[in-house]
Design a protein around this ligand. Sequence first.
Ligand SMILES: Cc1cc2nc3c(=O)[nH]c(=O)nc-3n(C[C@H](O)[C@H](O)[C@H](O)COP(=O)(O)OP(=O)(O)OC[C@H]3O[C@@H](n4cnc5c(N)ncnc54)[C@H](O)[C@@H]3O)c2cc1C
Length: 640
Amino acid sequence: MAQHAAGLASEKEARDVAEAARESEWSGPSFVRELFLGRFRLDLIHPHPAEDTAETARAKPFMDTLRHFLKRVDSDMIDRTGDIPEEYVQELRDMGAFGIKIPTEYGGLGLSYTSYVKAMAMVTSKDGSLTALLSAHQSIGLPQPLKLFGTDEQKQRFFPRLAKGAISAFALTEVDAGSDPANMHAHAEPSADGKEFILNGEKLWCTNGTRAELFVVMARTPDVVVNGKARKQITAFIVEASTPGVEVVHRCRFMGLKAIENGVIRFTNVRIPRENILWGEGKGLKLALITLNTGRLTLPASAAGGSKALLQASRTWANERVQWGAPIGKHEAVAQKVAMMAANTFAMESIAGLTVGLAEQGHYDIRLEAAIAKMYNTEHGWHIVDDALQIRGGRGYETADSLRARGEQPIPIERAMRDSRINLIFEGSSEIMRLFIAREAVDHHFKTAFALVDKDSSKSEKAAAFGRVMKFYPTWYPARWIGKGQLPGSFGEFGKLAGHMRYAERHARKLGRAIFHAMVKLGPKLERRQLVLFRAVDIGAELFAMTASCVKARMLGEQGNKEAATLADLFCRAAKVRIDQLFAGFYGDFDGEMYRVAQQVMKGEHAWLETGIISLLDDEASTTASRTTAARNVEVPQPV
Ligand SMILES: Cc1cc2nc3c(=O)[nH]c(=O)nc-3n(C[C@H](O)[C@H](O)[C@H](O)COP(=O)(O)OP(=O)(O)OC[C@H]3O[C@@H](n4cnc5c(N)ncnc54)[C@H](O)[C@@H]3O)c2cc1C
């Protein structure tokens, strides 16, 4: 039996909870899902969704007001004081910024998701704390799950308040439940008459929690028995902050996003009317995951918006700053950074715009594209902020206030770096995004063939799997060797980008084959080879980014913009180098050795290296150290 730390779910329980909440059906087509099966379905994303000019015109008055407001906002003050003044919040309320997507019939602006993310990109280019306020409310806070799952009565009750600026928050995370919701302790029991639920527990890092009027709280409700086994239930509740028993016990402070309204929220015997359950009992985790599927479309656009502002600041400085007899942008080392910033920003914008455009179509299954967009854009955004800081040199590291005090232009690169680091962690960390994408990437193979190699499956399950295998693979596999990308001159409509499209088609098939070969080679063990799976995910992400960039460049080209193809070309050249490297080291030359050394390091076998230092672990942290010792006893099968 696998041991596990007291009160925490075992690895199997964690997987079971995640699996039960997973949306296992595909409601619509997905380019990326097809890509992992080695099928390059360009028709699904080409042509790039065209701009809805009527919507742009409808959004214009709001976007103009927002732009004027942002120009006046003193973001250095917000960063310095760690607070967003109430006047700013009220101004945002007055212009409708808390109800951008809420239908007009409920008092919202009724704008599209595209307009919403464009607004968030603009806000991010100025102030990350303001983005956190508006986005935690609208991307994951009550308006989003209410729109997706609320009853008419709930919509009537809450939308008008939310549109007027009643701030909301999304409360999923707890001390023991970060990426792993199976460890959730907050629980709600039905009252004796069944009319209410009584909520107890504590939520951590709840953005907007310190200012919210309304919360969406995920909590455990009594288990149900399925096939003789107890199954954990998580239910989503709408909770009024004014209800007795709701308490903000701590405001959290971070390296960046200094004014984020984030806290620890305690719920003590909070009585919630049954009518405040969202979607249904036991559906809370699925609701949270679905909310995040679309909610996380905001971050890719925000990351692109932030990167544009950094690109502008960097190219200006690369021109102005003269060292060693030339503007620093004329030195090759800086020049390549500027070039790649522009190319990567273009790719990020292509990915974000395409993904949101596909989501707007309604029939497209956006889960994988959204997860890649979140992961890819936040990671590339982080490299861009790092390069921008390097290009600005010492001034990049200096605070805007200090620059201003000595008479220099207060470009807040240092703040941008602090503010953007969290993007790789919240709304699904990079690792969790890769795990999620990998799970879906191998899903078809698992569904088809897994029972054949699974030692726990019965004879009849194996026989059924054999039938499925014989039906699918004899046609699918050979077809992964032949395709349009081998034909010189194919994808000619992409002009100078046609070669990249041919490469993408060929390597999509190669990726499909590589995943299949890995399944055959590693069998069920593949599930634990995170590094192999992550390489497959990264190849898929690069191919998606290449295709999105070429498709967007082509659309812009048709509108007369010839420069976009230059950026797409450079981006694709760099992506191809990365893809080739990933394929070359697909199984990793020393994955096993790294894993073994990591286990030695964690056991303290290399503590001899940690001499001559002042330990970062103070007395309080020794509590954490003892928990690490407990965790060391967890039995997890070794991946390699
Ligand atoms: C500023 C801020 C705002 C936030 N806002 C909200 C909010 O509004 N609402 C809310 O509910 N939560 C919020 N969160 C929580 C946030 O979503 C979590 O931090 C995130 O889910 C990760 O959880 P964790 O920090 O506990 O990391 P852990 O789950 O403890 O993970 C630690 C590290 O291990 C990695 N890891 C974990 N499991 C695996 C695995 N199986 N395989 C490989 N790697 C793994 C993770 O990627 C991470 O790098 C916020 C957090 C912050 C810091």
